[in-house]
Design a protein around this ligand. Structure first.
Ligand code: ZN
Length: 365
């Protein structure tokens, strides 16, 4: 069954803004996205902030949507505007909006909840059961304009440039994972150094990790992980000797913390092997399907703590991320590798999907 988004209706407001806009739309149940240069601009509800998008990041999620894999086919309504990582400027505000004004630089938390369920009301809105995600469940930000509830809008600090602010979403995933696991003065293994894994290296270093190890199956990414502050980086395809190396360097105990960023079953198993008894594992990587996993050896007898990490805490993670960025300790320049105008979106996606680019941005200026 293919999910279909309701067709967009032209705005009926009297805002002094164009009625149509550029957008990347999931136009059919198959590979690719379509460029639409006359998509109706979103209308602005009383509690909405209308944002003129300036820079957008292409995420692993967008890659799934582009490739139209099983997950995308089961989740994404055909016809929506995709994309969720962005920086922009407020273009208009609804009548009841009080915290933002036109011209302000903003980004937004892409996980939108009505705020009425148990977790939303107890400080855990990032795991609300009614979460709708920008560019996944509702129109996203690969477009000139996006309407977002005021409660999800985040003001961008004047010292943080748009190209960095466009990565708040994945950087926030990395910050959330690192901070949840409490890495200060501890040895840390990051399994999987894709975009968020690499971000986690620089975040863990800034957060005071004593020693950072990385694994992946991509040698250039492993080299970059070392440049960003990893003490050692291992190719996981080359056996399990690296686990012995880690043990030798950690009093024969294993690492204090595992940050699992790959979702690869083998990496998960290796990572838990390298974790010391009583350690903490924070899991962010998503396995493609159910995993055969040794709970006895890896969790129960090990007495470890396992944390599932989803999204970003609202707004604790965002404040932590801002402070880390303003500290000047995060190194993101080599992670944000490419930028293309939105019209060249095909090249941008190819650069990201081929692995040539790490974080690839779209420019909508
Ligand atoms: Zn993302």
């Amino acid at each position: 069954m293919t999910l279909t988004a309701p067709s967009p209706t032209p705005p009926t407001d009297d805002l002094d803004l164009p009625a149509t806009m550029r957008a990347l739309v999931k136009h059919h149940a198959g590979e690719g996205l379509a460029y639409d240069d006359a998509r109706p601009r979103p209308t602005v509800g009383p509690l909405d902030v209308l944002i003129r998008v300036k820079k957008a990041g292409i995420c692993g999620t967008d890659r799934h949507i582009w490739l139209w894999d099983d997950w995308a086919a089961s989740r994404i309504p055909v016809g929506i505007v995709t994309g969720h990582e962005f920086a922009g400027v407020v273009a208009a505000v609804g009548d009841a909006v009080t915290k933002f004004e036109v011209g302000q630089r903003v980004s937004a938390e892409g996980h939108i909840t009505a705020g009425v369920d148990y977790n939303s009301r107890t400080g855990n809105a990032h795991i609300a059961r009614d979460t709708k995600i920008l560019g996944v469940d509702r129109d996203g930000i690969f477009a000139d304009y996006v309407a977002v509830p005021e409660s999800n809008v985040w003001p961008i600090h004047p010292d943080i440039p748009d190209r960095i602010a466009a990565t708040f979403d994945p950087l926030g995933n990395a910050v959330h994972t690192v901070m949840a696991a409490d890495v200060s003065a501890k040895s840390v293994l990051i399994s999987g150094v894709g975009i968020i894994g690499l971000m986690a290296v620089t975040v863990a270093r800034a957060a005071g990790a004593a020693r950072i190890y990385c694994t992946d199956i991509n040698p250039p990414r492993l080299e970059l992980a070392k440049k960003l502050g990893a003490h050692a980086a291992f190719d996981a395809r080359e056996g399990n000797d690296w686990i012995d190396t880690i043990r030798r360097e950690t009093r024969d105990e294993g690492v204090d913390v595992l940050l699992e960023m790959s979702g690869a079953p083998k990496a998960m198993d290796q990572g838990f092997h390298a974790l010391r008894n009583g350690g903490t594992a924070a899991l962010l990587g998503l396995p493609a399907r159910s995993v055969d996993f040794d709970f006895n050896a890896n969790i129960i007898f090990k007495g470890c703590t396992v944390l599932g990490i989803n999204g970003r805490r609202m707004w604790q993670t965002w404040y932590q991320m801002e402070d880390l960025l303003l500290s000047g300790k995060l190194e993101l320049d080599e992670i944000i590798t490419h930028e293309f105008p939105i019209e060249r979106y095909k090249e941008a996606f190819e650069t990201m999907i081929s692995g040539e680019g790490i974080k690839v941005l779209l420019d909508l200026e």
